[in-house]
Structures are given as structure tokens and as C-alpha cells.
Design a protein around this ligand. Structure first.
Ligand code: ATP
Ligand code: MG
Length: 327
């Protein structure tokens, strides 16, 4: 089966100044990331702030150009940004950002904004576009009488529904959602998550779901990739990765989610400072915070290796069950 999305060895380096007069230092925001998304599948991407999730998300759409590696959509290499071929391909892959208000135009009624991608890509007739807008509004749970409303006349949850309806307008194969619910009130986050779940169940839509919220990732995603300082350090089916995290970083992330029945003293606490992308540690970038680190961790960058069926982790010590490594 051809993957909807096949990204290989993606690299994105930013030049960043860590002070007004400081020399710019290269920041490897995304550093050799490969991933695949299959039809109908949802891939979760998790990791601390600054680990490169949003940069990776933008690269998947070609909005942020890769400096190395390649993105293929349904087998077709991503054309250069701004070309007619790229614009055509953009109808097949859409992005939903964190803040719906900044994604929308305050001056336009929402029905016009939902219709916009159909106008841009010249899909259908004026009549069929109007019918499609009605259908999309219904699909995301907006009422027909809200069509003429402006973004500021809606709640945050309703605004995110508008953004999702617009992203779905062209019938994309893939939706990249970057923290789609984290700017919303906790009480309405569940509504938007449920909407995304309904869309998954509706058929062939594939999703990349970037989030800090491991609980949501756990129940929405089929597979999960864990990022640390621009690299994927573990990847696997959501159920297995949460039940048996192999990389010490994933173990710490997973154990930070409170769960009934788990003793507090069994939590793995992340040590040390959050990483500074401008000062990447040698070897395994996680080693300064890792309770299991040894000489090889300081010296050599670990590669992803298979640790269980369909599960990979990049750790020099990941051989047996996680608990056995504490000895
Ligand atoms: P968060 O969880 O806070 O959203 P993230 O995982 O999405 O974080 P990114 O926004 O992708 O992380 O940033 C990755 C790294 O790249 C960070 O160190 C960030 O400071 C840097 N970065 C991102 N965009 C730029 C840019 N336009 N110019 C310079 N550095 C950037
Ligand atoms: Mg981000």
C-alpha cells in the first residue's frame, strides 16, 4: 500500500541569535526525521516545547522548505513551494493550526472562508460550492444560520470547527493538525477531539496530530512518534508505546500522565533543564537528563532500532524490557 505521506531524512536548520550581539548559531530544528502515514491512519507527534514538532508539520506541507531529505505525497515528490504543481498538491494536504482566530479573516463571514479553498482551486460551480459549504458546516457541527457570522461572533470551539471545515473543503487525503485544541477552553477541547475522531471514522482521511496532550494522543492516534531536539527517539503503535515505552525519555513523558492505579513513586521524573537547541549535547542528546546514561551515550548518536514488532527506539541501552535497564 502506498503511504499517503512518506518523509525521509528531513532536515531544517535555522540560524538563531541567542542575544542581540551574539553570533548566530545553527539550530537543527529537524534533524534527520523519517516518517510514514498510511491511508486512514493517524500519527501522533509528541515532545517537549522546541523539539521541532511544528517545524516538521510545516515541512510536511512544503510550507517550510526542507534543506535535506524528501517528502512524498501518495508517491509524488513535493514540488517546490509556490509552483503551480505545489499549489495543486496543497489541495490534498491541509493544516489546522493552534489558534483559530489568527487563522481566520476577521472581516469575512465564515461561509466565505470555508468556501475559499474551493474558489482557489476552482472546484465545482458556484451552486455546488454553496452546497458543499452547507455540507461541511453540517459535518463539523455548525448550524446553517451561523453561515453569515464573523469569526468574533463565534466561540473558540466553533472557530476551530470553521478552520477544520475549511481544511476539509477540498477533500484532502491528509490533515496536519498542530495543537488543534490547546488554545481552546478545556470544556470545549473534547468537542473538537470528538469531531476529529468522527472524521477519522468517516473513511480515508489520514492525520498527523501534533500535541502536548498525551491523553488525547493516546486515544486519537494509531501510531505515535516521540521527538527530542529535532529527532525521533521512539516510534510505535500508540497502545504499545504507552504501555511499554522503551526510550527513557518516552518513559518519563508517559509516566508524567497521572493514571489511576499507578503508584506515584513509580513515576520517572525528568531530570535537569529542558534542552537548549543551540547547544546540542554530544552523542545522545538526552544523555544529560538520562538516569541510564553511560560513556557510549555521551559519545555516539544512537540510531532508531527495532525494539518490538513495529516499535523503534533510539537508545544505546534499549535491549530488554524497560524495567530491567534500571539495574
Ligand atoms: P512547541 O511545543 O513550543 O510548539 P515545537 O516542538 O513545535 O515547540 P518548533 O516550533 O518546531 O518546536 O521549534 C523548534 C526549534 O526551532 C526551536 O528551537 C525554535 O526556537 C526554532 N525555530 C522555530 N522556528 C524558527 C524560526 N522561524 N527561526 C529561528 N528558529 C526557529
Ligand atoms: Mg509547536
Amino acid at each position: 500500500m502506498t503511504a499517503v505521506l512518506d518523509a525521509r531524512d528531513l532536515v531544517r536548520i535555522y540560524e538563531s541569535r541567542q542575544g542581540l550581539l551574539a553570533r548566530p548559531v545553527p539550530i537543527r530544528a529537524v534533524d534527520g526525521v523519517s516518517l510514514k502515514v498510511h491511508p486512514g491512519e493517524t500519527l501522533g507527534i509528541v515532545g517537549e516545547s522546541g523539539s521541532g514538532k511544528s517545524t516538521l508539520g510545516r515541512m510536511l506541507l512544503g510550507v517550510d522548505p526542507a534543506q535535506g531529505g524528501e517528502v512524498r505525497l501518495a508517491g509524488t515528490p513535493m514540488p517546490p513551494r509556490g509552483t503551480a504543481d505545489w499549489r495543486a498538491l496543497r489541495a490534498r494536504i491541509q493544516m489546522v493550526y493552534q489558534d483559530p482566530l489568527s487563522a481566520l479573516d476577521r472581516r469575512l463571514p465564515i461561509s466565505v472562508q470555508i468556501r475559499e479553498p474551493l474558489d482557489i482551486h476552482a472546484i465545482g460551480t458556484p451552486a455546488s460550492r454553496a452546497a458543499r459549504v452547507e455540507e461541511l458546516m453540517q459535518a463539523v457541527g455548525l448550524r446553517p444560520d451561523q453561515a453569515g457570522r464573523y469569526p468574533h461572533e463565534l466561540s473558540g470551539g466553533q472557530r476551530q470547527r470553521v478552520v477544520i471545515a475549511r481544511a476539509l473543503a477540498t477533500g484532502p487525503d491528509l490533515l496536519v493538525c498542530d495543537e488543534p485544541v490547546s488554545a481552546l477552553d478545556v470544556s470545549i477541547q473534547a468537542q473538537v477531539v470528538n469531531l476529529l475522531r468522527d472524521l477519522q471514522q468517516g473513511g480515508q482521511l489520514s492525520m498527523v496530530f501534533i500535541s502536548h496532550d498525551l491523553k488525547v494522543v493516546r486515544n486519537l492516534c494509531d501510531r505515535v512518534a516521540v521527538m527530542y531536539l529535532g529527532r525521533i527517539v521512539e516510534e510505535g503503535p500508540a497502545e504499545e508505546l504507552f504501555a511499554h515505552p522503551r526510550h527513557p525519555y518516552t518513559q518519563a513523558l508517559v509516566s508524567s500522565v497521572p493514571e489511576p492505579g499507578r503508584a506515584l513513586d513509580s513515576r520517572v521524573i525528568l531530570q535537569g533543564e529542558p534542552p537548549n537547541p543551540g547547544k546540542r549535547p554530544s552523542g545522545c542528546a538526552f544523555h544529560p537528563r538520562c538516569a541510564f546514561a553511560t560513556g557510549i551515550c555521551r559519545a555516539e548518536l544512537p540510531q532508531l532500532q527495532t525494539v518490538a514488532p513495529r516499535q523503534t527506539a533510539a537508545c544505546h541501552h534499549v535491549t530488554g524490557a524497560p524495567a530491567s535497564r534500571a539495574a
